[in-house]
Design a protein around this ligand. Structure first.
Ligand code: F6P
Length: 339
């Protein structure tokens, strides 16, 4: 049966969203489905602003960062009025299936919509944060790690030249996936993320101790600490000032910010986006609804929407152990004693 599919990209844009839109259009075309894209996330659905997505219109977008459909956060969609308008526009446009490529908030919104609309709803994990259960990687995460890594490597050059301490803030919303991965890959001396620290103020003493030990063990040399956003109230600028006062050595903050969301998607994200976009269309053909597509251990899967955003996804425990062991303070202290 031929269907009319609508798609949006929503919330924080992620490299690979375009590759996913392309895959949806190509797969849909193969089955004779029609695809339209609402613009600016849920806003376009409320405003009824959309464009036809044809095979021609998605040519060569696989390599583009950002999203050709534009993205946005949408406050009106959280209201009953906004939701009703969105549902009415889906019906008015005779949509059979609605695909949302986005992160936590966007998929929560989709789950809410599914309770008021009887078409098929499918989520696709598109966020640099990797904080959704039901998939090993979200689209955009691997590119964001590489982008952060590239910046941290550059920072190391200047940190080494001046023998400075740098505190690098990376994104991740309230999860430490980007922080941990970029810290391990860059050989950072310290990684602080929400999963490892309950109250950073209580841990300040051990953070200070850590830096002092590293200075003793390494001598006067560069130190890079990767810190997840939202971890320290006031961010890395405030933490750098606090540390500077405590240890008497100037610490410099560096916020990588939205740079992590931009750039061409790496091959991994293009391929993942292609697989998940295609799979989304396949499960629409099967009649599924209310799920997010994902990939676990290299196999495509689908999980209930409320599971993917409410079940906390764990960091790789082995990677956490490695990062903690390499620069363990106790070990560091023992080493100083034997020096
Ligand atoms: O969810 C993606 C993300 O980039 C998070 O890492 C970050 O906390 C947030 O979006 C920033 O949102 P905004 O671009 O709206 O400031």
């Amino acid at each position: 049966m031929r269907k009319k599919i609508a798609v949006i990209t929503s919330g924080g844009d992620a490299p690979g969203m375009n590759a996913c839109v392309r895959a949806i259009v190509l797969a849909a075309n193969r089955y004779g489905h029609q695809v339209i894209g609402f613009k600016h996330g849920y806003n376009g659905l409320i405003e009824n602003e959309y464009k036809e997505l044809t095979v021609e219109s998605v040519q060569h977008i696989i390599k583009l960062g950002g999203t050709i459909l534009k993205s946005a956060r949408c406050e009106p969609f959280t209201t009953d009025k906004g939701l009703t308008t969105a549902v009415n526009n889906l019906s008015r446009n005779e949509i059979d299936a609605f695909i949302v490529i986005g992160g936590d908030g966007s998929l929560r919104g989709l789950d809410r919509l599914s309770k008021h609309w009887d078409g098929q709803v499918i989520g696709v994990p598109g966020t640099i944060d990797n904080d959704l259960s039901g998939t090993d990687n979200t689209i955009g995460y691997q590119t964001a790690i590489d982008t952060a890594l590239d910046s941290i490597d550059k920072l190391r050059d200047t940190a080494d030249a001046f023998e400075r301490i740098f505190l690098v803030e990376v994104m991740g919303r309230y999860a430490g996936f980007i922080a941990l991965a970029s810290a391990v890959a860059s050989g950072a001396e310290q990684a602080l993320f929400p999963e490892s620290i309950e109250d950073p103020h209580l841990e300040l003493e051990s953070i200070v101790q850590h830096v002092e030990c590293l200075r003793k063990v390494k001598g006067k040399s560069s130190i890079i600490m990767v810190i997840a956003e939202h971890l320290w109230p006031g961010g890395v600028t405030d933490l750098a000032e606090t540390l500077t006062k405590q240890i008497g050595i100037e610490c410099r903050p560096c916020i990588l910010g939205h740079i992590q969301r931009g750039g061409a998607p790496v091959a991994y994200d293009r391929i993942l986006a292609t697989k998940l976009g295609t799979y989304a269309v396949e499960i629409i053909n099967e009649g599924q609804s209310g799920v997010m597509v994902g990939e676990i251990n290299n196999r495509q899967c689908a999980h209930k929407l409320n599971y993917v955003y409410s079940e906390q996804k764990a960091l790789d425990p082995y990677l956490v152990k490695i990062q903690q062991n390499i620069f363990d303070v106790v070990q560091c202290l023992n080493q100083t004693k034997t020096l």
